[in-house]
Design a protein around this ligand. Structure first.
Ligand code: KIV
Length: 257
């Protein structure tokens, strides 16, 4: 990723939560797979990312890692497993690395989580940071609107990004912030900056797989480009299957023993 930033080559990252999709993403050439805690929303149907547990994240991460030969796999540390207690943070990160075979962990926040960042890094575990809209703090923000539009919050974000870089994180995700601010951070920092709703002048992009494939349909932020309308295709295939069974078309002569 560092070499790509130096060469000016953009980094492509997507989420995945299971073996089958991870295999497809890896074969298609994705560079980074994020086992995001968005699994809490798109896999488990929760309203926020808060309820997903460490065990559940490890289950998703190990499924993904079994499907990946070459992409870098990064796993979200879930809410409540690293905030406020650096020893617990280290134990959580170690469990992810030991039990899933992932390459790195991701954690949300800046100065507030610095002690945990230091402790995890000192154990030799690479960290990707996450600033801007940090969904694990949704109850503090109260809304999913664009972050850091006010100067004070933008200044704190830039300061946090520098702190994380100095601490030794290898990349940072910036979520839902003004494009100008994304460009500033990508320019000031040496490590790669991956955006989701952070404009085109960062070093790479990430989207949630189920959103970009159109499996989920209700979530439509401006930054989301839908590459497919899989929800309609899947529903169409399932209703054809149902009618084939009802009309005795399936199975036919060649589809039985
Ligand atoms: O959990 C997730 O999918 C994420 C991305 C939105 C960056 O953190």
């Amino acid at each position: 990723m560092q070499e790509m930033k130096l060469k000016g080559e953009k980094i492509a990252m997507l989420t995945a939560y299971d073996f089958s999709f991870a295999t497809l993403l890896d074969e298609a050439g994705i560079e980074v797979i994020l086992v995001g805690d968005s699994a809490s929303n798109v896999m488990a149907g929760h309203k926020t990312t808060l309820p997903i547990t460490l065990n559940e994240m490890i289950y998703h991460a190990s499924s993904v890692c079994r499907g990946v030969d070459r992409a870098l796999v990064v796993v979200d540390l879930p809410f409540g497993t690293y905030q406020g207690n650096s020893k617990e943070a280290l134990n959580s990160a170690i469990r992810i690395m030991k039990e899933s075979a992932a390459d790195a962990v991701k954690m949300e926040g800046g100065r507030e989580v610095l002690e945990s960042v230091d402790r995890i890094l000192s154990a030799g575990i690479p960290i990707m940071g996450h600033l801007g809209l940090t969904p694990q703090s949704i109850h503090k923000f109260g809304t999913y609107v664009v972050r850091a539009t006010e100067q004070k919050e933008a200044d704190k974000l830039v300061e946090d990004a520098h702190l994380l870089e100095r601490a030794g994180v290898f990349a940072i995700v910036l979520e839902k912030i003004p494009a100008k601010l994304g460009a500033q951070v990508a320019k000031e920092l040496k490590i790669p900056i991956i955006g989701i709703g952070a404009g085109g002048q960062v070093d790479g992009q990430v989207l949630v797989l189920h959103d970009m494939l159109g499996i989920t349909t209700k979530f439509s932020p401006r930054f989301l480009r839908r590459y497919h309308n899989l929800s309609e295709e899947i529903k169409g295939s399932v209703s054809t299957y149902i009618s084939d069974i009802k009309s005795l078309d399936f199975p036919n002569e060649r589809e039985q023993y």
